[in-house]
Each structure stands twice: as structure tokens, then as C-alpha cells.
Design a protein around this ligand. Structure first.
Ligand SMILES: NC(=O)c1ccc[n+]([C@@H]2O[C@H](COP(=O)([O-])OP(=O)(O)OC[C@H]3O[C@@H](n4cnc5c(N)ncnc54)[C@H](O)[C@@H]3O)[C@@H](O)[C@H]2O)c1
Ligand SMILES: [Zn+2]
Ligand SMILES: [Zn+2]
Length: 361
């Protein structure tokens, strides 16, 4: 099957004809990929100094498709089912699953129990990113990475549910827990940030302040529900947010992934405010906070992984909200490209025109 491989950090992906290592194991499912969104986390993996690469990697983790074949013990899925994949499968019985944090599950089964590779090329192992590998014509995954979609859900839009939508809406609902009337600032209005904005709107936030350094992103943010916009390339964003709110926001949500914006997120809070960090900064990034800014105003700083969500509950809900006309997904897709266009889509992630590019098969 055709797949886009990352051989080395800082290089473009290479289209290759690779092998799916069949037969399926008992708990595996073979999915024909219909669409895969291009998320900034894929781009981050390509960037030097981030994560080491042990084998050629198939990036792509925001995907949807059609089940083609199921392993002998799979009971929840059958050929023909339309599914979204998600990189946070959970076992239901480890201590994090039992504590209600399935995204932190200790048994993700991203690799096969017997250690054989799911994908190979030229006899060597190929690794699917997040256990998924969406920039390929097929995804061979563990059954726990899948969720069934409601009837009528278009697969290109269903792909976005697996990362951008779940991460953005989930951060609002499960991590920040935004309440009616709260003030919210969102730093970074890309594919994930726009979903934070529409989540805050649905939660009833009184002010939604969108912050980005690209004016075109701020225009897009307004159409997703931002009440105010701040151009990070032109003004001091912390001061701007303080002025707009008369002292600071209750929630700041960081969706860029650099030290400076995490520091800004904390500084723009009012007392008792919470900064929620979604942006995935590289492991060596440090954040500097003034100790006095933490205790006396009783502020909080927290992370949120994949929306702190149980995706099998949330993805069907978001799909239904879309089908009912209450969630914007059509507007999130700014371009559809074939697999041959994946490098251009990854390079373009900072372009003002792109909300989300989606690779379609
Ligand atoms: N926590 C999670 O589970 C999770 C899930 C998905 C994505 N992420 C991370 O979230 C971040 C955003 O992902 P995305 O796909 O939306 O990326 P994106 O590239 O679509 O959006 C990032 C936005 O940030 C803006 N930006 C860049 N520097 C800025 C600055 N200094 N100030 C203000 N705005 C700035 C860009 O203009 C862009 O609009 C990435 O770090 C990604 O890895 C985390
Ligand atoms: Zn992602
Ligand atoms: Zn678990």
C-alpha cells in the first residue's frame, strides 16, 4: 500500500509502497483510510531536537476510514463500519482508567504484544505514529483505537474529530471546565485553537478573546465565536487581555506549544484563574514563572492531553452535534489534498490561509 514515510528528522516524507504485516492478530482491525488531517503535532515530530526516531515513521493521527477486516476476537466492529481512530486507546482497568483519566492509560497497545511490526518496508520495521499511521492507504490498529461513527457522518470531517476537535472541545469541557459567564482567552487559533473557541462558545463563556500573530487566523476566530481579537505580532498580549477584561481572564488556554505563550497564558489570568496548556512544546522547553504570581493570587497551571477525554464517549457526541448543525467542521477544512500533497500541507501549517488541511484518499 502507498504510505508517506519519515526516514529522518528534518526531511520531507517519502511516498513508498510498504507492506501491511498480515494476518491480523486477534485484537486488530484493518481500516481503509478515507481521510487524515494534518496536525501540528505531525510537524513537530519532523523538527530537529524533538523526539528520536527508531524506525521510519508513518505520521498522521487524525484519521477516519472504513473497516475492512477484523481479528478473530474483535466483537465491536465489522467490515464496512465507518470509524474514527484515536491515539489514546484505554484498557478500562489500569489505575488511570479507573481514576477517570483514560487518556493516561498505561496499556495503550501501540505495539503488538508479540513485538512483530505492523508495517514493514524492504524487510525492515516501519512504525505507525501514535500506533495509527494515517498518512497511508490502510491503518492496521488495535481495536481500542477505534470508535464507530453515526450514520451519515462524512469521513473527511470525521477525521478531525480524532484530534483537533476532541482536543479543543475536551480541554474546555474536561480540563478547564468553563462555566456560563466565564472569560476565556485562547492563544493560537489554528486547527485546535478554533475548536477551543467553538467549545468556549458552546459552554456559554461571556468573553472569548482570540490571540494569534496572523491576522487571517483572527478573522477565522471571529467566525468560530471569538468576541475579541488580539494581534500577538503587534501588541503586548498580556497587557491587552488585562485591559479588555479589567484585570485578567478566568481561563487562558494555550494552543501554540512554546515557552513564551505558556508564560503569557499564566500572566494574563485573574486571581483564581486557570491556565490550561494544550500546545505540545518539545521536551527541552522550560517555562519561567514568578513564584509570587502563583500563591497570592491562587492561580493554577495545568496540561490537557487529547482533551482529557474518553474518546469513545465524546467523538459520537461531536459527530452528532455536527450532524445537527451545532458544531462547525465544514469551515475547519481549508484544503483537501492527495497523499502526494502531504509535504506541502505540513510545510504550510503556519500559513494564514490554512485552518486544517486534510489528506483524502
Ligand atoms: N495536548 C494535546 O493533546 C494536543 C493535541 C493536538 C495538538 N496539540 C498541539 O497543539 C498545538 C497547536 O496545534 P494545531 O494543529 O492547532 O497547530 P496550528 O499550526 O494549526 O496552529 C497554531 C497557531 O498558533 C499561532 N501562533 C504561533 N506562534 C504564536 C505566538 N507566538 N502567539 C500567538 N499565536 C501564535 C499560529 O499562527 C497558528 O495559528 C501544537 O503544539 C500541537 O502539537 C496538542
Ligand atoms: Zn494532533
Ligand atoms: Zn488503562
Amino acid at each position: 500500500m502507498k504510505a508517506a514515510l519519515l526516514y529522518n528528522i528534518n526531511e520531507e516524507l517519502v511516498l513508498e509502497d510498504i507492506k501491511v504485516n498480515l494476518p491480523l492478530q486477534t485484537d486488530e482491525v484493518l481500516v481503509r483510510t478515507a481521510a487524515c488531517g494534518v496536525c501540528h503535532s505531525d510537524r513537530t515530530i519532523q523538527t530537529p531536537g524533538r523526539w528520536p526516531l527508531s524506525a521510519p515513521l508513518v505520521l498522521g493521527h487524525e484519521a477516519a476510514g472504513v473497516v475492512e477486516e477484523v481479528g478473530s476476537e474483535v466483537t465491536e466492529f465489522k467490515p464496512g463500519d465507518h470509524v474514527t481512530v484515536c491515539g489514546t486507546p484505554s484498557c478500562g482497568s489500569c489505575r488511570w482508567c479507573m481514576r477517570g483519566a483514560p487518556e493516561l492509560c498505561l496499556n495503550k497497545k501501540a505495539v503488538r504484544a508479540d513485538g512483530t511490526p505492523r508495517l514493514t518496508h524492504g524487510g525492515g520495521a516501519v512504525e505507525p505514529f501514535f500506533g495509527l499511521g494515517g498518512f497511508a492507504e490502510r491503518m492496521l490498529v488495535n481495536e481500542r483505537t477505534l470508535v464507530k461513527l453515526p450514520e451519515g457522518m462524512p469521513l473527511d470531517r470525521a477525521a478531525l474529530l480524532g484530534c483537533a476537535v476532541m482536543t479543543g472541545l475536551g480541554a474546555v469541557r474536561h480540563a478547564a471546565r468553563v462555566q456560563v459567564g466565564d472569560t476565556v482567552a485562547v492563544i493560537g487559533c489554528g486547527g485546535v485553537g478554533l475548536n477551543v473557541i467553538q467549545g468556549a462558545l458552546m459552554a456559554g463563556a461571556s468573553r472569548i478573546i482570540a490571540i494569534d500573530r496572523l491576522p487571517a487566523k483572527l478573522e477565522m476566530a471571529k467566525t468560530f465565536g471569538a468576541t475579541d481579537v488580539v494581534d500577538a505580532s503587534a501588541v503586548d498580549v498580556v497587557q491587552a487581555v488585562r485591559e479588555l477584561t479589567g484585570g485578567g481572564v478566568k481561563h487562558s488556554i494555550e494552543v501554540v506549544g512554546i515557552g513564551q505563550t505558556i508564560e503569557q497564558a499564566f500572566s494574563m489570568l485573574e486571581p483564581r484563574g486557570t491556565a490550561t496548556v494544550i500546545g505540545a512544546a518539545p521536551p527541552d522547553v522550560e517555562v519561567r514563572l514568578k513564584a509570587a504570581e502563583i500563591v497570592i493570587p491562587e492561580k493554577r497551571l495545568q496540561g490537557s492531553l487529547m482533551g482529557s477525554s474518553f474518546f469513545r464517549l465524546d467523538i459520537p457526541l461531536y459527530a452528532q452535534l455536527y450532524l445537527d448543525g451545532r458544531l462547525k467542521l465544514d469551515e475547519l477544512i481549508s484544503e483537501r489534498v492527495p497523499l502526494e500533497g502531504v509535504n506541502a500541507a505540513l510545510n504550510q501549517l503556519d500559513s494564514p490561509l490554512v485552518a486544517r488541511a486534510v489528506v483524502t484518499f
